[in-house]
Ligand binder design. Structure first.
Ligand code: NAD
Length: 326
C-alpha cells in the first residue's frame, strides 16, 4: 500500500497520539489537529521529531479553523477522534457534548467535504447504545434510548457521518469503543481509582454497588483494529458508504474486581465502600460489545483484559503528573 496522508483530529489525546505514532511508524504522513484541551504536547514528543508529522493547534468548534486546516492539508483520510470524552460531566455542562461532539463533528465533515476528502473514520462509543437490553450488544441492536448527553452527542455524530457519506459519496467507518486502556490513558475508572488510592491508600469509595459489568481494551489492540478497517477500505473489501464496528475485549469484569486488581498492583489494602445503586451515575451502563463483525475481518484482542488494566496502573504510577488532572 502506498503511503497516505492522514488528518487526525484529537491527535494529541490518549487514543489519537497512539494512532498518530502507529501511522508514522508505517511511514504515513500525519497532520494532527487538536486544541490541547485534554491532549498533551508530551504525548506528541516522538511524533514531533518525525518529518512526516505536523501539528496544528485548532478547535473543531471553530469552522474557519478546521476548514482552513483541511483545505491546506488535503489528506486521504480524516480520522475524527477529537471530542469531549468526559461522560460523567455531561449534566454539569449540558451544551458541551452538543458543541464539541455533534456540531464539531458537523464542522469536520463539512470541511472534509470542502477539501475533497472521501474517507472518514469516526470514534463513537459503546455509550451510544445507552442502556442496551442485549448482551453482548451487536451493532444492529434496537435503536437505543440514550442515558448520557455524551452518548446522545456521539449517536448524533454517527448520524451526520452516515448522512454525509451517503450524500457526498464518502466511505466512512464508525467505531464504537469499549473503555480503552494503556499508555497515555488519562480518564476513566482505572484513572479515578489509581488517583484516589494515591491520595488515600486506606480506603476506596466506589460509585454504585461495584457490580456493574465493564469491558476494557488495550490501546494497542485498538490501533490494530482501526488500521485493519482502513486497509480493508484501501483494498476495496469494504465498499459501503457507512460501516459500523464494535471494538472491545470479549471478556468483561465487574467494577469491584477491577478495583481489587488495581489495589493489589499498587500494593495497598484499602477498605472498599460503595455509594450504592446499580450505576455510578446516570449514563454509567453495563458494557459488553459483540465484536463478531470486526473479528470476521481477522482482528482479535491480543491483550487479556486484566493485562490492560495492570499496564495502565503501571503507566500512571510512572507518570504521576498525569494524575494531577481533575
Ligand atoms: N478512551 C476511551 O475509553 C474511549 C471510549 C469510547 C470512545 N472514545 C472516543 O475516542 C476519542 C478519543 O478519546 P480519548 O480517550 O483519546 O480522549 P482524550 O480526551 O485524550 O482525547 C480527545 C482529544 O481531542 C482534543 N479535543 C477536544 N476538544 C477539541 C476541540 N474542540 N477541538 C480540537 N481538539 C479537541 C483534546 O485536546 C484531546 O487531545 C473520543 O472521540 C472519545 O469520545 C474513547
Amino acid at each position: 500500500m502506498d503511503n497516505m496522508k492522514f488528518f487526525v483530529t484529537g491527535g494529541a489525546g490518549f487514543i489519537g497520539s497512539n494512532f498518530c505514532d502507529h501511522l508514522l511508524g508505517m511511514g504515513h504522513e500525519v497532520v494532527c489537529f487538536d486544541d490541547l484541551s485534554t491532549g498533551r504536547e508530551f504525548f506528541m514528543q516522538d511524533a514531533l521529531k518525525d518529518k512526516h508529522f505536523r501539528f496544528i493547534k485548532g478547535d473543531i468548534q471553530k469552522f474557519e479553523e478546521i476548514n482552513g486546516a483541511l483545505q491546506e492539508s488535503k489528506p486521504d483520510w480524516v480520522i475524527h477522534l477529537a471530542a469531549n470524552a468526559d461522560v460523567r460531566g455531561g449534566l454539569k455542562q449540558p451544551r458541551k457534548d452538543l458543541d464539541v461532539n455533534t456540531i464539531g463533528t458537523w464542522n469536520v465533515l463539512e470541511s472534509a467535504k470542502n477539501a475533497g476528502v472521501k474517507k472518514i473514520l469516526f470514534s463513537s462509543t459503546s455509550a451510544a447504545y445507552g442502556a442496551p437490553a442485549i448482551f453482548p450488544t451487536p451493532e444492529n441492536a434496537p435503536f437505543p434510548e440514550q442515558t448520557s448527553l455524551y452518548g446522545a452527542s456521539k449517536a448524533a455524530g454517527e448520524g451526520l457521518v452516515s448522512a454525509y457519506s451517503h450524500g457526498y459519496g464518502m466511505t466512512s467507518i464508525v467505531f464504537r469503543f469499549v473503555s480503552i486502556v494503556g499508555a497515555r490513558y488519562t480518564h476513566g475508572h482505572v484513572f479515578d481509582f489509581v488517583k484516589k488510592l494515591k491520595q488515600d491508600p486506606s480506603r476506596l469509595e466506589i460509585l454504585g454497588d461495584g457490580e456493574l459489568v465493564k469491558s476494557y481494551l488495550h490501546v494497542q489492540d485498538l490501533m490494530r483494529g482501526l488500521w485493519l478497517t482502513i486497509e480493508r477500505v484501501e483494498d476495496g473489501l469494504i465498499k459501503d458508504a457507512f460501516s459500523v464496528f464494535n471494538i472491545g475485549n470479549d471478556s468483561s469484569i465487574i467494577i469491584k474486581k477491577s478495583a481489587a486488581l488495581i489495589a493489589k498492583r499498587m500494593n495497598v489494602t484499602p477498605d472498599f465502600t460503595y455509594t450504592g445503586g446499580k450505576r455510578g451515575w446516570i449514563g454509567d451502563e453495563r458494557v459488553e460489545l459483540d465484536t463478531t463483525k470486526l473479528r470476521s475481518l481477522g482482528w482479535q484482542a491480543e491483550h487479556p483484559l486484566e493485562q490492560g488494566i495492570l499496564d495502565t496502573v503501571d503507566y500512571l504510577l510512572h507518570h504521576p503528573d498525569l494524575l494531577v488532572r481533575d
